[in-house]
Write a protein that binds this ligand. Structure first.
Ligand SMILES: Nc1ncnc2c1ncn2[C@@H]1O[C@H](COP(=O)(O)OP(=O)(O)O)[C@@H](O)[C@H]1O
Ligand SMILES: Nc1ccn([C@@H]2O[C@H](COP(=O)(O)OP(=O)(O)O)[C@@H](O)[C@H]2O)c(=O)n1
Length: 231
C-alpha cells in the first residue's frame, strides 16, 4: 500500500530583525521539502525601486501614488531564493544600508502593504494548491497576511544578540551603531498603524538568544512535523 504524501503545510515565521527568521525558514523549508518566501525582500525590493526612481520617501502620498508600479517576482526555492524587480536581479542591491534605512518608511504606507500582501497571499495559495506547502517569513504573516496558517512561530532574541549577529554579517560594522539602527527600525515597524510587527495570539514564541541556529531549526522542524501528522 502506498503511503499518503504529507499534507501541504503553511508556516508563518515572524519576529524582529536578527532573530534568525531567514536562516531558520530557509533551512526548515529545505529540510521538509517546502517552498520559502522572504517577504522582507519584497518590501526591500519596492523600496529599491522607489530610491532608484527618485521618489520622495519622506512623503507617504508620493509613495502611495507609485505603490503598484514595480513588478516584483520572488523565486521560492529555499536553496536558491531569488528576487527581481521588472526583470532585474536585485538580491544584492536590496541589502545596502540605504535601502535598509529607508524600508520602514515605505513599508508603513497602507497602499504598499495592500499591494504586497495581495502578492504574498497569491504566492502562498499557489504553494498550498500545488500540495507543496511553504514557509513564509516576515513581520505580519501570522497576524494579517496568513491568519489561517497551520503553524505560527514568533522568534525573539535580546537586542545585544541580534546586533552581534547582524554586525557579524556586515564586515567592519560597529556593534553599537548596528544595535541602535536595529532598535530604531523595530520601533518604526512595531508602531506603524497598518499591520505592525506583532506576535499573533496563537503563535509559538521561541527566544533564540541562547540557542544555536541548529537548535532553532530543530525546534521548528519538530513543530512543523507535529502539525503535518495531525492534519
Ligand atoms: N540562533 C542563532 N545563533 C547565532 N547566530 C544566528 C542564530 N540565528 C541566526 N543567526 C545568524 O544571525 C544572522 C541574522 O539571521 P537572519 O536569519 O538573517 O535573521 P532575520 O531574518 O530574523 O533578520 C545570520 O548571520 C545568521 O546566520
Ligand atoms: N512582512 C513584512 C516583512 C518585512 N517588512 C518590512 O521590511 C523590512 C525589511 O525586512 P527584512 O526581513 O528583510 O529585515 P531583516 O530581518 O533583514 O532586518 C522590515 O524592517 C519591515 O519594515 C514588513 O513590513 N512586513
Amino acid at each position: 500500500m502506498e503511503t499518503a504524501a504529507p499534507a501541504a503545510v503553511i508556516v508563518a515565521i515572524d519576529g524582529p530583525s536578527g532573530t534568525g527568521k531567514s536562516s531558520t525558514s530557509k533551512a526548515v523549508a529545505a529540510q521538509l521539502g517546502l517552498s520559502y518566501l522572504d517577504t522582507g525582500a519584497q518590501y526591500r525590493a519596492i523600496t529599491w525601486w522607489m530610491v532608484n526612481n527618485g521618489i520622495d520617501l519622506t512623503d507617504p502620498t508620493a509613495i502611495a501614488a507609485v505603490a503598484g508600479k514595480a513588478e516584483i517576482l520572488s523565486g521560492t526555492d529555499p536553496a536558491a531564493p531569488t528576487i527581481t524587480v521588472d526583470g532585474t536581479d536585485v538580491a544584492g542591491p536590496i541589502r545596502t544600508g540605504e535601502v535598509t534605512s529607508k524600508v520602514s518608511a515605505v513599508s508603513a504606507v497602507p497602499e504598499v502593504r495592500a499591494r504586497i500582501t495581495e502578492l504574498q497571499r497569491s504566492i502562498a495559495a499557489s504553494a498550498a494548491a500545488d500540495g507543496v506547502g511553504m514557509v513564509v517569513e516576515g513581520r505580519d504573516i501570522g497576524t494579517t497576511v496568513l491568519p489561517d496558517a497551520d503553524l505560527k512561530i514568533f522568534l525573539t532574541a535580546s537586542p545585544e544578540a541580534r546586533a552581534a549577529r547582524r554586525s557579524g554579517e556586515l564586515k567592519g560594522a560597529d556593534v553599537k551603531a548596528t544595535q541602535e539602527a536595529l532598535i530604531k527600525r523595530d520601533a518604526a515597524d512595531s508602531s506603524r498603524k497598518t499591520s505592525p510587527l506583532a506576535k499573533a495570539g496563537d503563535a509559538v514564541e521561541v527566544d533564540t538568544t541562547d540557542l544555536t541556529l541548529q537548535q532553532v531549526i530543530e525546534c521548528v522542524v519538530t513543530l512543523v512535523e507535529e502539525k503535518r501528522t495531525s492534519k
